[in-house]
Design a protein around this ligand. Structure first.
Ligand SMILES: O=P(O)(O)O[C@H]1O[C@H](CO)[C@@H](O)[C@H]1O
Ligand SMILES: O=c1cc[nH]c(=O)[nH]1
Length: 237
């Protein structure tokens, strides 16, 4: 096992979906995967391996925020040989033409996190971006599924509750679609260690309009996103 994942060598697939919420990992494993087996319960951050249409896939909770997501991304790639990860998350929309339940793929991720500033001594504003191949596949998969998927930049924020909504307004002026809390770290760590990463999100809240999804809406919206994630990560397998 690694420090934070209780799997034995070989128990985790090379392709991993990464929801923030460990209970979403359980729901995905139980709802979509065949023969799913739980390989870790360390800190309650559940992980499962099963098959999707005959292809081996794992789904691992990554927690909330970049410090937590960094730990899981680092250990999956460096301790378990994971080659590609797709974050499957919820987000708050900034763009006025996004609605609750819409699916967003993050081409790149602005961040207010200090993690990358300290990596580059504050001298470079590194641009965390999605793997182009995964993104291109996801666009094709979403189209084939008939699910409209918006592709654009997002913000990975350290704080869920912000004192600076004016900064969100400014980011929206620059085309930033939505806010979540992990993508910049996942993109950066995947790039650093030679793995592929993508973030696909469902709009659970509209930050500017003050709207939030009902529980029933979440399940349907999240199902579209999970199928896009599974079909994308197993494409060409
Ligand atoms: O739905 P998940 O994947 O947890 O993602 C979003 O939800 C959490 C905040 O409620 C943060 O982790 C944010 O990024
Ligand atoms: O508003 C939101 C909704 C989901 N996730 C976030 O980080 N913010």
């Amino acid at each position: 096992m690694s420090v934070h994942i209780g799997a034995k060598p070989g128990e985790i697939a090379e392709r991993v979906l990464l929801p923030g919420d460990p209970m979403r990992a359980k729901w995905i494993a139980e709802t979509f995967l065949e023969d799913a087996v739980c390989y870790t319960q360390v800190r309650g951050m559940l992980g499962f391996t099963g098959t999707w249409q005959g292809h081996r896939v794992s789904v691992q909770g990554s927690g909330m925020g970049m410090p937590s997501a960094s730990i899981y991304t680092h250990e999956l790639i460096n301790e378990y040989g994971v080659k590609s990860v797709i974050r499957i998350g919820s987000c708050g929309a900034l763009a006025m033409d996004l609605n609750l339940g819409d699916v967003v793929a993050a081409i790149g991720s602005a961040t207010d996190s200090n993690m990358n500033r300290s990596r580059f001594d504050g001298l470079i504003d590194y641009a965390p971006v999605a793997d182009f191949g995964l993104l291109r596949t996801a666009v094709d998969v979403a189209e084939a599924q008939g699910v409209p998927m918006r592709v654009g930049p997002i913000l990975a924020a350290d704080a869920f509750y912000t004192d600076r909504p004016d900064l969100y307004d400014a980011l929206a002026l620059y085309g930033v679609l939505a806010v979540e809390m992990e993508s910049a770290a996942i993109y950066t760590i995947a790039a650093r260690y030679g793995a592929k990463a993508l973030t696909i999100l469902t709009v659970s809240d509209h930050i500017k309009r003050g709207e939030a999804m009902e529980a029933a809406q979440r399940e349907q919206g999240f199902s579209n996103m999970v199928r896009i994630g599974l079909n994308t990560i197993t494409a060409g397998a």
